[in-house]
Design a protein around this ligand. Sequence first.
Ligand SMILES: [Zn+2]
Length: 483
Amino acid sequence: MSPLFFTGALLVCFLAVNAQKKLNASNDALKKETIANIQSKYDDYKKIALQIWDYAEVGYKEVKSSALLQQTLKDNGFTVQAGVADIPTAFVASYGSGKPVIGILGEFDALPGMAQEAVPEKIAIAGKIAGHACGHHLFGTASVAAGIEIKKLIEQKHFSGTIRVYGCPAEEGGSGKVYMVRAGLFNDVDVVIHWHPGDGNAVTMTSALANTSAKFRFYGLASHAAAAPEKGRSALDAVEAMDYMVNMMREHVPQETRIHYVITNGGKAPNVVPDFAEVYYYVRHPNRDQVKSIFERVVKAANGAAMGTETKMEYEIIGGTHDLLLNKTLAEDMQLNLEKVGGVSYTPEEIAFGKKLQTSFSYKVPAVEDAATVKPLKVETDAGGGSTDVGDVSYAVPTVGMRAATWIPGTPAHSWQAVACGGTDIGIKGLMVAAKTMALTAIDLYTNPSLIDKAKEEYIKAKGDYQYKALLGDRKPALNYRD
Ligand SMILES: [Zn+2]
């Protein structure tokens, strides 16, 4: 290398480092301002989140919740396209133009049977059929908050590019995002940011279980169960025979498999042989091909049950989601931002609420004050215990996500304790952590194109030559799956 070339290379390197330093410094100021801006709207977002908590609408029926988030975005200058992907409550809100296109996912569906007061003891709300046991009221609101803040940067600080907030219905079993992916709504997006409520603050480096769910329906012959049992063929017998076979199958499936079911219809009266019965199944495994083959065996059990009980069987695929493709490049960036934002600190009253709530758990729980900490970034090798339709988005575009402490440490998702926390400032404080961290991560993406390039490179490598195909096939959205 000639000395002149060496000096030149050194100079380029110096300039690049300097430019990055300058960028970091100006980003730092911008990030502080963004954190303060989001915090200043605490009461506004609290009002929206608690309103959705109160609506507690289940999958594909989130009419009021979706409308409220859409209106908030419209009031803040977004253009909203509603009813996308043949789903009335799905929407895409957009601001700005050109590249990069950054998407933020928001959810808002509640869980049936989970109505609960915002108190630290189990008290159901009379007459209410659902509750936000997965914190999706916070999820949707934080994503809208982050989107609005990014919109302001495009408008006021002349960031170039587009911000989109995706209103994603029916995450709980309805696989809403799968239809949105299938409709090509993410085709031109560079990076998608998401989050999920939780009992701690951490950037997600754990994949998810791929799954397929289906309702198996059996049709028999009704008759008097005592006077003419020989004339009847019990659809409930078929469900029980199927369940028995599947339960035996558990011994002969790969270790990480998860299979669960509920009988959604088992007849109406013991003295009538049921002529109709239905069972709702989930099959999960970290590997989507395993899910496909195990699901085929479950269908065989259903066919066998129908044959042996002389009933007829049909099944309907309800949902299906991919595993989650992780992106370390983006996760490392989000981690820095989450650390900058920090965790959640509670007032003495909230600590008292948390301690009382924790007495309802039968296992050892972390300290309430753990919500103030941010977990170090850790690449997990197992796929975790859950499934998410974000998995399908992660096969369409590089994604990055996190959890924020919206629930008292030790609180599991899908519990009355999660509903209770989500109805108080404990939940709202976690919402703030998520909104701020997502907005800060977006700032990095708009100001540092090489971050997107690097993330894309990693994404392409991780995806390999896999051609995405939805695990729920080409069915239309199961808009009535909660009926
Ligand atoms: Zn959830």
